[in-house]
Design a protein around this ligand. Structure first.
Ligand SMILES: Cc1ncc(COP(=O)(O)O)c(C=O)c1O
Length: 425
């Protein structure tokens, strides 16, 4: 086969850099605040600091850190320190009781997968009577739980959310339980509607049957506690709630750390054993990993440690305030333009809105044509925003464009699209 992409001789960096700059022009303009999904950004100052920190430890490998590195005095004492301190900060932020523990992972999906694996292994040991284990969760919970069930051979029952407030239906979830259920889940918040499920009630139902109860706070874990400190009513969801066994919380979302990094916290450090892999029969020696992947860049640990320390509680509270101010601007605009409805009563900066008056996908198309990267929700049709501090600089333009686009849609100037909604490729 002819080499057409892999060059025969190396290409100078200046040329490659030029290609990258050019192709980047086609990306959604997250940096201008024109994309309210996937990128979690405070400002240029933090980007610079966290990226510098990341690059400092890009080559170091987190596989060679932790207990083994401490004992043998080889590997990366630096990464071990970052890891230990990140977990201590996470446990403080999420109200962990004495004896709780945690694990750093590469993202929300890995944190969820490990929690599912942990629940399965716990049940294998403590409920050997269960032949085909099952998870019960609200339909709004992230697909990563189905991914975990698919990988680890579990069944899943997804229960429709309540129609009035889009939260988990506790009664219906309880009714779906049986002797085969090993795990229940609530989200804080769920991604589609940004609402926190009634965690305390769900946890109480799970506790009655000794079922592993996981809170998926991948989105809310590092923002909801600070929104609460600002005085907003936020449903309790963390390890301080009785009956919560584990919490996933992503540092690469509202922790504002560079990707890939998340935390999985467990109410009792001994539970970590259920998702840790041990292997002895290898000529090289014992192989033990508490994560799905093996080698991981130290950059993600350095980036997250620096972000947490650089912002501190004040910085996170300030970021949360900016988000809630921008959210209020969105709410005000939706009201003054008219014809919109916000789905549920979002707890943090995720907002899902639609309309019974005009075609919301036509509005999405119109906003797209004006250079906004629009996230669409499918059921019911809606537009979705994951608001960040960086959106403060774009909110005036967003509101103006939204008003113009709605006027055009009402005049029939923008036809509704039939785009299939794809969340992740
Ligand atoms: C509630 C929730 N859980 C888990 C995930 C998965 O996170 P990641 O994409 O970091 O794997 C997401 C991603 O948006 C999410 O919203």
């Amino acid at each position: 086969m002819q080499n057409t992409v892999f060059p025969k001789s190396g290409i100078p960096w200046a040329e490659l850099h030029g290609v990258m700059q050019d192709i980047r022009l086609q990306d959604s303009k997250w940096h201008e605040g024109r994309m309210a999904m996937s990128s979690y950004v405070v400002d240029d100052d933090l980007l610079k600091v966290s990226h510098d920190a990341y690059l400092m430890f890009l080559v170091e490998n987190a596989l060679y850190s932790g207990e083994m590195a401490k004992k043998r005095k080889v590997g990366f004492a630096s990464l071990t320190m970052f890891q230990d301190e990140i977990l201590k900060m996470a446990l403080e932020i999420l109200n962990a009781p004495e004896g709780a523990g945690g694990q750093i992972t590469t993202g929300g999906t890995e944190s969820v997968l490990l929690a599912v694996l942990g629940a399965r292994e716990w049940a294998r040991k403590n409920r050997p009577d269960i032949k085909q284990p099952r998870i019960v969760l609200p339909r709004t919970a992230h697909p990563a739980f189905n991914k975990g069930a698919h990988y680890f051979g579990l069944k899943v029952t997804r229960i429709p959310q309540r129609s009035d407030d889009c939260k988990a239906d506790v009664g219906a979830m309880e009714a779906a339980l049986g002797d085969d259920v090993i795990m229940m889940v609530g989200s804080a918040p769920c991604y589609p509607f940004g609402v926190i499920d009634p965690i305390a009630e769900l946890a109480a139902v799970a506790a009655k049957r000794d079922i592993w109860f996981h809170v998926d706070a991948c989105v809310g874990g590092y923002v909801a506690p600070f929104v609460k400190k600002l005085g907003f009513p936020v449903t309790d969801f963390d390890l301080g709630v009785p009956g919560v066994w584990s919490v996933s919380a992503d540092l690469h979302k509202y922790g504002y750390a560079p990707k890939n990094i998340s935390t999985l916290l467990v109410r009792d450090a001994a539970l970590k054993d259920y998702f840790t892999f041990y292997f002895e029969d290898w000529p090289y020696g014992t192989y033990t990993t508490p994560t799905i992947g093996g080698s991981r860049t130290g950059g993600a640990l350095a980036g997250a440690w620096t972000t947490l320390k650089y912002l501190g509680e004040d910085g996170y509270i300030k970021a949360a305030k900016t988000i809630m101010d921008v959210r209020q601007r969105v709410f005000d605009a939706l009201k003054s333009i008219g014809g919109f409805e916000v789905r549920g009563n979002p707890d943090i900066g995720l907002v899902n809105f639609g309309s019974n008056v005009f075609d919301i996908y036509a509005v999405a198309d119109g906003m797209g044509a004006k250079g906004w990267a629009v996230a669409r929700a499918r059921e019911p049709h809606g537009m979705h925003l994951a608001l960040n501090p960086i959106h403060a600089k774009a909110i005036d333009a967003y509101v103006n464009d939204l008003s113009d686009v709605v006027a055009a849609v009402k005049k029939g100037k923008i036809a509704g699209s039939t785009d299939k909604v794809v969340y992740a490729g």
